[in-house]
Structure formats: structure tokens, C-alpha cells
Design a protein around this ligand. Structure first.
Ligand code: EPU
Length: 424
């Protein structure tokens, strides 16, 4: 078992550089299947989700070399369309290989994806969109069997019922190799979509409108064979997590290699909570107050709204704010596993009957306890709570946190936190 041992009460201060974004690198690695030449990824985070995705790439025939934060992917001689089950079951983002391999090999078989348990996490929009482009998809015994029809993949007009990040990415990857124009309406607008589009354009794809609600892809129906290098955008959620850590520990930190405008959906709430923030071109500085103020009401929304991936960390921070705050989760129906764990540390959080709204009455201080992560951001929130708490906290199941943070214990130690990763 892997766990963090954290001694709370240390004030965080200092400077830290932020690495590449998990939610950007995972779709880009799937999209790399379209390249029949070498792909070089810079600023590639060494997190366990990246390592699992590399296993998928190697499992289907690519050779890779991962040195520090540079990943080289060498073209596959014989690309397999069978994605190894054990990888897919661990990680939902493996669904992105569906669009990529359908486009590249005309076929793909994969298990229904797993990943962090955040509720139902359907894939109907992925399937419906790919079917609109001419794919034939059937499900048998928890496995998806997908192939292209006689006419291959064709451009289509697809209107998503919801701006799903994953569905937008899957369709975008498939569409660049389809015949003719694809229009994705009500597309996700997250910065990671723009990063994926930039990567695909370097390969030779023709894409307009990425980052807006309508993406237009002029399918080239040709093979991409171009040695390309791409630098992954900084991880706004890792940056946000460390800003909240500083906010909760009366800290004073500077994060470099960030894109401040991408942090605005949540830094505006940190300001409201009494933090003093200063943004420069590629950095952000936070100076925390003695006691955080309540935030009123926060509702998670798609980009550019308050992101669901920062919800748990804000629940932790508002647990020690001076009055009552409320956060409503609208993106996932089951993202609340941090609540019972934070309560063990003395947090006063009431979950409404639908389990989507957290009513948080801030307490003066949290206390150390034995708690367990149940998903990635739940784990991050518990680490933050522990840093601010009195006494010692054990956060079990650190492997969830390691899915999305390259080395949270090293980063936080460098800022003055007392946190150790233990293998017991
Ligand atoms: N949805 C459907 N049908 C679909 C697809 C999605 O109903 O076909 C629903 C989901 O059930 C969910 C909502 O739409 O309730 C949002 O799902 P979305 O597809 O937008 O999310 P995702 O692609 O599965 C990515 C990130 C998540 C992040 C969400 C929302 C990656 C690898 N994952 O997931 O990241 O929370 O977008 O922004 O990009 C995390 O980093 O902690 C994390 C979970």
C-alpha cells in the first residue's frame, strides 16, 4: 500500500515550476497513433496515467523512449487494433484510442473503459459521433468492437448533447482522417482541446475553431508522415491545487510556467476568499490571508466556468473558511468521496439529498486523521487538508494522486510542507 504521511501546520512559501497537463498529454498520445513518423513530446508529465498510456502505445506496436520529461514515439511497423484490456480498465482516457485507431487502421477492439469512479461516466456521445462518421460499433460482454464501414470514415455534422471533453477529442482525432468536412457543434472549449488541435495541425490536419463551441475539420483522408515535436501546456489543475495549498496554510508562493488566463475560473474565487493574487505573463503569485473568507456559492461548469477538477480542493479550503459556503457539482453525479474523509478531519460539510451540493460551515482548524483517497482529486483535497491540519494525517491510496501529480510530495516539500510518500 502507498500512502502519504503529512505533518500539518507548516506555512508554504517559495517558487515552483508547473509541468505538463495530464488532460492534454493523454489525448495527444492517442492522437500520436496517426503519425507514421517520429513524434516527440516535450514537457510530458511522468505521472502514472502517462505510463499506462505508454503501455497502450507499446501494446499496439509503437516503440517509445521516455527520458526525463521528453517522450519519443517511434512509428509502429504493424499497428494492432486490439487495445490491452488491463490498461483500458484502469483509465477512462483509453477510450480516445477508439477514434485514433479507427481512423488509422479501420478497426479497434477495446474493453469498456474504467478510471476514477465519479459516477456513471457514459460514452454514448463518443459512440454516436463516430457512428455518424460511418463507424460500426457493437458491444459484447463489456467489450467494444468497432470498425469502419465500406466507405471508410466520412465527415459529418455532429451536434453534441453536452460539450463532453473526451467525446470532442475522440471525434476531432477521427475527423482529421475522415473524407470531407466534419463540424462538431456544442464542442468542449477546454484549453486541452486547443492543445490537441495544435498537435494535429502540426501533423498536417486542417482544423478551425478549436477552443470555441464549433470546430470545423477538413478531413484530409491521407496518411500523416511528419516528424513533429510538441510541448504540452502546463497543468492548470496541478497549479490550482498548489495555489489552494498555499491559501490554506497562510502561504506565499509563486508558480512559474503557468498560463494565468487559464487559471482565472478559480483564481477569482481565491481572491474573493481573501488571497492576494498577482499574475504575470507566465507566472502567478499568491499571498494568503490569516484566515480564508467564505466563497458564497460556487457551481462547477464547463470551460470557462469553475472546473469540476478543482471542486474537491475548494471543498477542503472552504472547510476552514470563516463562514458558510456552498459548492454545487454539475458535471459528474458522483464526485463527493472526499466529503466523508474530510469529515474525519473535523470538517463540517452537509451534503444535500441529491448529493450534488456541499454546504460547508468553515471550522477554525482541521485535525490530523487516518483518511483514504478514493479518486485523484479526492486524494489531492485530502493532502491539502492535511497540510493545514493540526497533527499528523495519513492519506492512504496515494496511487490515485500519482495518476495526476508527478511528485506532489517533492513539490510540497520544496515549498516547506512536511509530507512523505511511504510504501507500506
Ligand atoms: N458524458 C456523457 N456521455 C458521453 C461523455 C460524457 O454523458 O459520451 C458525461 C459524463 O458522464 C460526465 C460529463 O459528461 O458526467 C463530463 O464528461 P466529459 O466527457 O466531459 O469528461 P471526460 O472526457 O471523461 C475529462 C477529464 C476529466 C475532467 C472532465 C471534465 C481527461 C483525461 N479527463 O474527462 O479529468 O473532469 O474532462 O472537465 O481529460 C481529472 O483530471 O481529475 C479528471 C477526471
Amino acid at each position: 500500500m502507498r500512502q502519504y504521511r503529512i505533518r500539518g501546520g507548516k506555512r508554504l512559501s517559495g517558487e515552483l515550476s508547473i509541468g505538463g497537463a495530464k488532460n492534454s498529454v493523454l489525448p495527444i498520445l492517442a492522437a500520436a497513433c496517426l503519425n507514421e513518423s517520429e513524434t516527440i513530446i516535450h514537457n510530458c508529465p511522468r505521472i502514472s496515467d502517462t505510463l499506462e498510456t505508454i503501455k497502450i502505445l507499446e501494446g499496439i506496436g509503437f516503440r517509445t523512449e521516455f527520458l526525463e520529461n521528453t517522450l519519443k514515439i517511434y512509428p509502429a511497423k504493424d499497428l494492432s487494433h486490439e487495445i490491452p484490456d488491463e490498461c483500458v480498465k484502469k483509465m477512462r482516457s483509453s477510450i480516445l484510442f477508439m477514434g485514433a485507431l479507427l481512423a488509422q487502421t479501420g478497426k479497434v477492439n477495446l474493453a469498456l473503459p474504467g478510471g476514477c469512479n465519479l459516477g456513471e461516466r457514459a460514452i454514448n456521445l463518443h459512440i454516436r459521433g463516430l457512428e455518424a462518421m460511418g463507424a460500426k460499433i457493437c458491444e459484447e460482454e463489456k467489450k467494444l468492437f468497432c470498425k469502419i464501414g465500406e466507405n471508410g470514415l466520412n465527415g459529418a455534422k455532429i451536434k453534441l448533447d453536452f460539450p463532453s471533453v473526451g467525446a470532442t477529442e475522440n471525434l476531432l482525432i477521427a475527423a482529421v482522417k475522415a473524407k470531407g468536412e466534419t463540424v462538431i457543434e456544442n464542442a468542449a472549449r477546454e484549453p486541452e482541446i486547443s492543445d490537441l488541435a495544435l498537435f494535429l495541425k502540426k501533423l498536417g490536419a486542417e482544423i478551425r475553431g478549436a477552443g470555441t463551441g464549433t470546430i470545423i475539420i477538413n478531413g484530409t483522408n491521407k496518411n500523416f508522415r511528419k516528424k513533429i515535436a510538441h510541448e504540452i501546456i502546463p497543468d492548470r489543475i496541478v497549479a490550482g491545487t498548489y495555489l489552494v495549498a498555499a491559501a490554506m496554510t497562510t502561504g506565499d508562493i509563486k508558480l512559474t510556467n503557468v498560463r494565468p488566463f487559464e487559471l482565472a475560473p478559480f483564481t477569482m474565487y481565491l481572491s474573493e476568499m481573501g488571497c492576494n493574487l498577482r499574475a504575470e505573463e507566465n507566472s502567478v503569485t499568491l499571498h494568503a490571508p490569516k484566515r480564508l473568507k467564505a466563497a458564497g456559492r460556487i457551481i462547477t461548469k464547463v470551460h470557462p466556468g469553475f472546473l469540476t477538477d478543482m471542486q474537491a480542493q475548494f471543498v477542503a479550503a472552504l472547510s476552514i473558511a470563516d463562514k458558510r459556503s456552498e459548492i454545487t457539482e454539475t458535471i459528474f453525479e458522483g464526485r463527493n468521496s472526499h466529503v466523508p474523509e474530510l469529515r474525519k478531519m473535523g470538517a463540517n460539510i452537509h451534503l444535500t439529498a441529491d448529493k450534488q451540493t456541499f454546504e460547508i460551515d468553515g471550522v477554525e482548524r482541521l485535525r490530523g486523521a487516518n483518511v483514504a483517497a478514493h479518486d485523484l482529486r479526492c486524494g489531492a483535497a485530502l493532502v491539502l487538508a492535511a497540510l493545514s491540519a493540526d497533527g499528523e494525517t495519513i492519506v492512504q491510496n496515494s496511487e490515485f494522486v500519482e495518476r495526476g501529480y508527478e511528485s506532489i510530495e517533492k513539490d510540497l516539500t520544496s515549498l516547506g510542507g512536511d509530507i512523505k510518500l511511504e510504501i507500506v
